[in-house]
Design a protein around this ligand. Structure first.
Ligand SMILES: CCCCCCCC(=O)CC(=O)SCCNC(=O)CCNC(=O)[C@H](O)C(C)(C)COP(=O)(O)OP(=O)(O)OC[C@H]1O[C@@H](n2cnc3c(N)ncnc32)[C@H](O)[C@@H]1OP(=O)(O)O
Ligand SMILES: NC(=O)C1=CN([C@@H]2O[C@H](COP(=O)(O)OP(=O)(O)OC[C@H]3O[C@@H](n4cnc5c(N)ncnc54)[C@H](O)[C@@H]3O)[C@@H](O)[C@H]2O)C=CC1
Length: 719
């Protein structure tokens, strides 16, 4: 909808009204078309201001409408009618002008923004391009290079920078609408043609072809298989090389292809899933709507290792005071130095002063007595963690939240040693903790709604996507990772190389294949866990054949690699060879190939040709299968939760929507058929046995992903 008012006698004020972000729904487009026509026809009206209700100009097209047949007036002629009119139209931008919202503003003759406003063309993040003239008008306004940057990244630009780029004409910290109304009165009578962007030539540098070629190469490298960024470059090329009309034609053609693509569906699913996971619900009936977080102004971090340092930095960046505890002065000094450097680097990036004053470094737990919330990040060792939790329970104030960053240990077992098990939750960050956007909030069986709400809200304050999960070994993300890693190892046994497996997964869209990722994390981490669980080392049952453990197929290959002193990137040798210890340049290592050949010979394995399709199916369908089990066990509330965990924590390509969405796209019957096939070939690998939920869904006709919750055996039971 759009409200119409005549102000100051001669100015028509059109206000978009569609809370919360004034998205351009059919009703709003209808309202704009009608009110603009009225203003242009009314002889008393000399100029027009368009603004949005509640301090938000417009969040763009209504994304929810994309899944339905399009009705109402289309955006392109609506915006053209504004631009073609003979009365000056001023956009008064408060809050945001994004996507179709900015395209609407670009059709206006002038743009005035509030200092706090943000503008941008984020369509690429939804698998689309700005198809209401954005790819043709923005380059005409600000030039090819900056337009390419904004359109291919979708990044938001703050008002001051928008002014520098020439996107807006004026920035104000007063009432934007009042300033725009005054402005609209002043510009009456001034020539309008130069303000009609579609009539203007695109300013092109002499080397525009090279510029566009370089942009295309760069975008293809970054896109990891996403098609929208490539289409964006093609559309901007059209703005540089074709007249406006032909450019618009190209924009529409490219959009038509993108609009129907599975990638656009996946990215739009991610947009809503990211917001949906914030609305958590526990089996007790408590949910985000009825459970209030408690404020956290003083936090504490126990252990300043890899994770503790990142968590400290994340807390300080959010303005939260931290007491950081280590075991010895030496460890403390080392932690302090690294945290200080990290904070300085972070502050430098944002042109701010590092808030080192917010941290108190200490070796004494007694300093925790006024902390509101404590995050434990000591070694992954249950007896040690229990000892720490006992101590926390006696030194902290009675209502302090006690959180653990364990990557998979039992949160209930830790809670049981405290006096306040209801205040214990898992806050599972991902490395590097100040960068990675995911936080798994692990709800123990006794965690109170207030504790869950506080951890979820704290995650949000730290800029994370917080997902509530149940308590089981590995929670959601790491539990699903196990079959993925195991399948990758089995493929090496059967004939693949690390580079073949990684190549297939990187072609699928992962930033890093499984072996490069393992090298980065450190191969000794998994080795230690396998030793502790008796899978390798002196505790192995001597009656187990070499490639079987606890009745299942087992690959000792990763153990052999570690035994050779190859610990990954950190010491320059792992599944790959690196340029130097800690170096990032990975090259295939003939010694690993030799190790694989000798291993196969020793175990009588005849290597066979493994193709990329098998890599993707074995690794990813095994991971997805575990995802179905997690859903059925009530460890994740819905497929969106799993998908957001993989997109934000494990580098799953967003344009494939997350593992569960991907399964739906591939087709559940196909996933089931391939799992059956591989399970028959490898009956000693239980994770290949199709899960009961997958079978139920296929038996029920493979319903759409948003109805899967109706088929769960124990919905939310562990949350
Ligand atoms: C051949 C076909 C031709 C089609 C032509 C298409 C032409 C185009 O050019 C296409 C487009 O405009 S695509 C849309 C581009 N706009 C965007 O991507 C902005 C999306 N929104 C945001 O970034 C943040 O919500 C924003 C920054 C705006 C606000 O952030 P907040 O953190 O304050 O609030 P959120 O929690 O994100 O959002 C509040 C509620 O609003 C919903 N929402 C936001 N933007 C929407 C939008 N554009 N359409 C529909 N719903 C939208 C959002 O989902 C949330 O609702 P709940 O999920 O129910 O909480
Ligand atoms: N490294 C990773 O990628 C991830 C690790 N985690 C989990 O985070 C926790 C910590 O892991 P990392 O930081 O990698 O370990 P780390 O080995 O780098 O650091 C552990 C730190 O805890 C300190 N510490 C040990 N006992 C202590 C005590 N009683 N009081 C105070 N400090 C003590 C040690 O001196 C050391 O600095 C583990 O539970 C791990 O499973 C979770 C997510 C990712």
């Amino acid at each position: 909808m759009a409200r119409y008012a005549q102000v100051h006698g001669s100015v028509a004020l059109i206000t978009l009204t569609n809370p919360p972000v004034n998205a351009l729904s059919a009703a709003v487009r209808h309202g704009i078309t009608e009110t603009v026509t009225r203003a242009l026809r009314d002889p008393e009206v000399k100029s027009v201001v368009i603004c949005g209700e509640n301090g938000v100009f417009c969040g763009g097209a209504d994304i929810r409408e994309f899944a339905k047949p399009m009705g109402g007036p289309p955006l392109v002629p609506m915006i053209a009618a504004i631009e073609e009119g003979d009365k000056p139209v001023v956009a008064a931008i408060e809050g945001v002008a994004l996507g179709g919202g900015l395209e609407l503003a670009l059709g206006c003759h002038y743009r005035i923004a509030h200092t706090k406003a943000l503008v941008g063309l984020p369509e690429v993040t939804l698998g689309l391009l700005p198809a209401a003239g954005g790819t043709q008008r923005l380059p005409r306004l600000i030039g090819i290079a900056p337009a390419l940057d904004l359109i291919t990244t979708g990044r938001h630009v703050a008002a001051q920078q928008a002014l520098k780029l020439g996107i807006v004409d004026q920035v104000t910290d007063q009432s934007t609408v009042d300033v725009a109304i005054q402005f609209a009165k002043q510009v009456v009578g001034q020539p309008l043609l130069p303000r009609k962007l579609s009539t203007q030539p695109t300013p092109c540098p002499p080397d525009v072809d090279i510029l566009l070629e370089e942009a295309m190469t760069q975008v293809k490298r970054r896109a990891r298989g996403a098609i929208a960024p490539v289409a964006c470059v093609m559309a901007v090329r059209a703005a540089a090389t074709l007249p406006y009309r032909a450019g618009m034609q190209k924009e529409q053609e490219l959009m038509a292809t993108l609009f129907r693509s599975s990638q656009a569906h996946a990215l739009q699913y991610c947009f809503f899933a990211q917001r949906a996971v914030g609305r958590w619900k526990l089996s007790s009936g408590a949910h985000s709507g009825n459970s209030k977080p408690r404020p956290v102004s003083k936090a504490a971090v126990i252990g300043l290792g890899t994770m503790g340092r990142g968590i400290t930095v994340a807390l300080v960046k959010a303005g939260i005071a931290v007491v950081a505890v280590e075991t010895s002065d030496k460890q403390l000094q080392m932690g302090k130095q690294i945290v200080s450097e990290m904070l300085k680097r972070e502050a430098q990036k944002r042109n701010e002063t590092p808030r080192l004053d917010l941290i108190r470094f200490t070796t004494s737990m007694l300093e925790l007595k006024d902390s509101d919330l404590v995050i434990e990040a000591v070694f992954e060792d249950m007896p040690l963690k229990k000892q720490v939790f006992k101590e926390l329970s006696s030194v902290c104030k009675a209502d302090a939240f006690l959180c653990t960053n364990t990557s998979g240990l039992d949160v209930d077992e830790l809670a049981a040693v405290t006096k306040t098990p209801e205040l214990v939750v898992g806050m599972h960050f991902f490395a590097p903790a100040h960068v990675m956007k995911l936080l798994e909030v692990v709800c123990g069986s006794r965690s109170s709604p207030e504790a869950v709400a506080t951890a979820m809200y704290l995650g949000k304050r730290l800029g994370k996507v917080s997902v509530a999960v149940g308590n089981c070994p590995g929670f959601v993300g790491n539990r699903m990772l196990r079959p993925y890693l195991e399948e990758a190892n089995f493929l090496l046994e059967e004939g693949a190389t690390p580079e073949l497996v990684d190549g297939a997964l990187e072609e699928f869209g992962f930033a890093m294949g499984v072996f490069r990722m393992s090298d980065l994390s450190g191969l000794d981490v998994g080795w230690r866990i396998r030793k502790e669980s008796g899978l390798t080392g002196p505790d192995v049952d001597p009656s187990d054949p070499p490639r079987r453990r606890q009745g299942q197929r087992y690959s000792p290959l990763p153990d052999l690699v570690c035994e050779q002193g190859r610990l990954g990137q950190k010491n320059g040798r792992g599944w790959y060879l690196y340029d130097k210890p800690g170096g990032r340049v990975a090259t295939p290592d003939p010694k690993i190939h030799q190790l694989l050949e000798e291993y196969r010979l020793k175990h009588g394995i005849r290597p066979r040709r493994v193709d990329r399709q098998e890599v993707v199916e074995r690794c990813l369908f095994a991971l997805i299968n575990e995802g179905f089990r997690i859903l059925d066990d009530g460890i994740a509330a819905g497929p969106e939760d799993i998908d957001m965990i993989y997109v934000f924590g494990y580098g799953w390509p967003r344009h494939r929507g997350g593992p569960m969405f991907y399964a739906g796209m591939v087709g559940l019957p196909k996933v089931l058929e391939r799992l059956e096939h591989y399970w028959q070939a490898h009956p000693d690998v239980p994770h290949l046995e199709p899960s009961a939920l997958l079978r139920r869904l296929v038996d029920s006709g493979s319903p759409p992903i948003d109805t899967w919750r109706d088929f769960l055996q124990r919905p939310h039971s562990q949350l």
